[in-house]
Design a protein around this ligand. Sequence first.
Ligand code: ADP
Ligand code: ASP
Ligand code: MG
Length: 435
Amino acid sequence: MFFVAKFGGSSLANASQFKKVKEIVLADERRRLIVVSALGKRNKEDSKITDLLYLLHAHARYSVPSDNIFNMIKERYLEVKCELGLNCDIDAEFDEIAKRLTKDAAADYIVSRGEYITAKIMAEYLGFTFVDAQDVIAFGYDGLIDQARTSELIDANFRKYGKIVIPGFYGAYPNGAIKLLSRGGSDITGSLAAKAISASMYENWTDVSGILMADPRIVDSPKRIKQITYSELRELAYMGANVLHEETIFPVQESNIPINILNTNDPKNPGTVITQDCDDKSQIITGIAGKKNFTSFTITKSHFCRKITIIRQILQIFEKYKVNVEHIPSSIDSFSIIVSSDEVEKCIYDLVSDIKKEKEVSDVQITDQIALVAVVGRNMATKAGISGKLFAVIGNNEINIKTIAQGLQELNIIVGVDNKDFEKTIKVIYENFVA
Ligand code: ADP
Ligand code: ASP
Ligand code: MG
């Protein structure tokens, strides 16, 4: 009966946060495998260490002097170390980084030092053994995590040392070169660790008391989600509820290990529990999330063509430019391909020109500045009239819906609105369905 406890950057911004973490870890003997992110923001205006490290690397790459950024990062670690009265040699760690900070330095190595040094400090502070993610999170040369090998390595170290701290967010290729996970990836490290040691719980400690029914930066004090299924969480996380990385659930789902999202600043709050199934029927919708900045390509086809063929041909063009497709709403004579504007920015002219070359296409219209808002809930499937109420609520508030998507599982309903209506859409849905 062991727990994996992952502490995010927001739980590790300064020495007093480290003290809270120690109290939490030592309060329960089962918390024996700790994963940490790099130091986060101390206040709204502050920078995350990971962002500063990316900046440091960019300066080195273009040979721009970067002493001030380097010293700012080092100072933050020295301050934590000194306030906690520890012995670890921060100067030596930074000397090593300085030595490797050349024009050709690998970004993944430089950026990973944020989690690496945080884990070194945390290990000494807790009296646990430091285990480098470079030695246990195994990537293949295809850039994918080798889960079997990773499990073997983590488990072997856990058995050997009993109480360990692993830095999140990175691993290594078979030749030892560091490879980062995507942003927010320490959540995945924690999940891989929980699977590896067959933990009975994966605790994910952050700065909010669980997953809230809407983004707290948009809705004032949204209600906490007490229980949620892995699938619902994935929909919400993918659609912007970035309290947890959307890939987090895969390793633990296979072994049915529950995830508990908890607040380092309010450890008594039970937070949110994420499991395979969930029998709470008290709320029709589980949560609302959304993302701005999508672009839609509406393709009008000549009436004689066969729809299936033309959709395939157009999708191949998006594939050629490596642009992920989010949704394909369609009507009899046209269909739209909705993609993230960021992904399409660099290739939009070439892509449109390729689409126009298809002989069955008569017109392509581009609409940008679209926001997608998802209403997610396992209980929606059993209840008639939810989408009707949703569209009425949005319409009554003079928000124009540009597109609608609903999967047949009825786990979510997605509406596309103008970017400028994004926050208002989330607020009116929350007010009418939850508050
Ligand atoms: P950590 O540093 O612990 O990894 P993150 O910053 O990655 O924390 O995630 C926590 C943040 O996610 C919260 O501070 C909150 O602003 C944001 N967030 C966005 N949507 C939600 C939501 N639905 N519920 C809770 N938090 C949310
Ligand atoms: N520190 C990394 C980031 O900012 C990883 C994480 O926080 O999970 O993305
Ligand atoms: Mg995070």
